[in-house]
Design a binder for this molecule. Structure first.
Ligand SMILES: O=C([C@H](O)CO)[C@H](O)[C@H](O)COP(=O)(O)O
Length: 409
């Protein structure tokens, strides 16, 4: 309710009751919003896939102005939902989320007579890099029905969507998870009203985007996004500093520091060297290796094993995370492997996996899911910012999360 009030203050015309809220609170979510916002259009995201008439009737009777049916539902469901919408005086929006051929389906849905078509890329799909604007561009050339758009929109993509023909811009997380909802809504409103004045920045490479996001979020956010996996055990910050980069892995043996130092020459600027050395009592890393790493632009080092020359490495400032410190080192004997799959801090690490370190410790993100997990960590981060804001206003965490209600029974 509070978020809705603040979004309306920022210029939102419609209020969408999202599917998760409907699943949590049922039609009462619609009733409550209707009562609180008599002059706003209430959109019920029912995502109806069957019994179209019954679900539209439920939403209409609870006070919705527009009900959403899945575009991929059978034509019989869409048609009966439409009959019900006409009977109860509400409008029907068909949502193209997960439609196998959204352009073809949009043409069919228009012919069936829906009031709006929503070009929608779902939250999980956004996490793997899909966006709705390119599909919208194609669809707006083929249909005349009013188009809505949804799926991770921010002020830039909202402007692009309006330029591409969207008449209704549905924004979720970038308003509801903002720490200043009214300002976030105002920014979107401005882009929607004057889309031509918005500068559209090009996206960088996927690797740049991943690094940028991992620099912004914390290892705790990442671990949450990984459903509590990924955290190294027994590895702590020695020289503090945020560290992000793909792994160069080193397997070496007690009393032998040859491979750890050779790895510095193989690593590229921005890489993180991740070392497993069985011995916690003989150092495989020290001041000279640290200075060499700085010369090569390496982002940081993780060592399950021991580091020495602590005064020097602290002064040099390269982020180092380790399990132990000792004064003694071994010799360069040359056993071990560089860029083989290793285990470090009880986590499997492959060359190229993303390694992120901060004050809380180190997490390993498998390279094949790096983009998705970066995006999911960003969502966790947004959610936490929102919770911080709510706690600052005077609530407690358990009150805000309704912890008791959601405990497992
Ligand atoms: O419909 C939505 C989603 O499927 C969950 O119900 C969202 O409301 C819609 O995607 C807009 O939210 P964002 O993608 O966070 O902008």
């Amino acid at each position: 309710m509070e978020i809705a009030k603040e979004a309306v203050a920022g210029g939102a015309d419609w209020i969408e009751i999202g599917t998760p809220l409907i699943k949590s609170e049922g039609m009462n979510a619609i009733r409550t919003m209707r009562k609180a916002f008599p002059d706003r259009t209430i959109l019920a995201d029912m995502k109806t896939v069957d019994t179209g008439a019954m679900e539209v009737e439920m939403a209409a009777k609870a006070g919705a102005d527009v009900a959403i049916v899945l575009g991929s539902a059978d034509d019989s469901t869409i048609l009966d939902a439409l009959r019900s919408a006409h009977k109860y005086g509400v409008r029907l929006m068909a949502d193209l989320i997960s439609a196998p051929d959204p352009v073809k389906r949009a043409v069919e849905l228009e012919a069936l007579g829906v009031d709006y078509i929503n070009v929608h890329v779902g939250i999980d799909q956004q996490m793997i890099g899909k966006d709705p604007v390119s599909i919208l561009m194609e669809i707006s050339e083929k249909v005349g029905v009013q188009l809505a758009v949804a799926g991770g929109l921010d002020s830039e993509s909202a402007a692009q969507a309006v330029r591409a023909g969207a008449r209704i811009v549905i924004v979720g997380g970038n308003i509801t998870r903002s720490d200043n909802v009214t300002e976030a809504a105002k920014k979107i409103r401005k882009s929607v009203d004057s889309p031509e004045s918005v500068d559209i920045r090009g996206r960088g490479t996927v690797d740049q985007e991943i690094r940028e996001i991992f620099k912004e979020v914390s290892t705790s956010n990442i671990s949450d996004a990984m459903h509590r996996k990924g955290a190294m055990k027994g590895i702590h910050p020695l020289v503090r500093g945020k560290m992000v980069g793909p792994a160069v892995t080193v397997q070496c043996f007690p009393g032998d520091w040859a491979k750890t130092v050779e790895a510095i020459d193989l690593a590229k600027p921005g890489d993180v060297i991740v070392i497993y050395n069985e011995s916690k009592d003989i150092a495989c890393w020290g001041g000279l290796a640290t200075l060499s790493s700085l010369n090569k632009g390496i982002a940081g080092v993780v060592i399950e094993g021991a580091v020495r020359d602590i005064d020097e490495v602290e002064n040099l400032g390269l982020p180092i995370y380790t399990s132990n410190t000792v004064p003694n080192a071994g010799d360069p004997k040359g056993f071990g492997e560089i860029n083989a799959e290793i285990t470090c801090g009880s986590q499997a690490v492959k060359p190229g996996d993303y390694i992120i370190g901060d004050e809380s410790g180190v997490v390993v993100v498998p390279k094949e899911r790096a983009y998705e997990l970066a995006r999911r960590a960003k969502e966790v981060n947004k959610e936490e910012k929102r919770l911080f804001d709510e706690i600052r206003r005077g609530g407690t965490l358990s009150e805000i999360l309704k912890l008791k209600k959601w405990e497992k029974i």
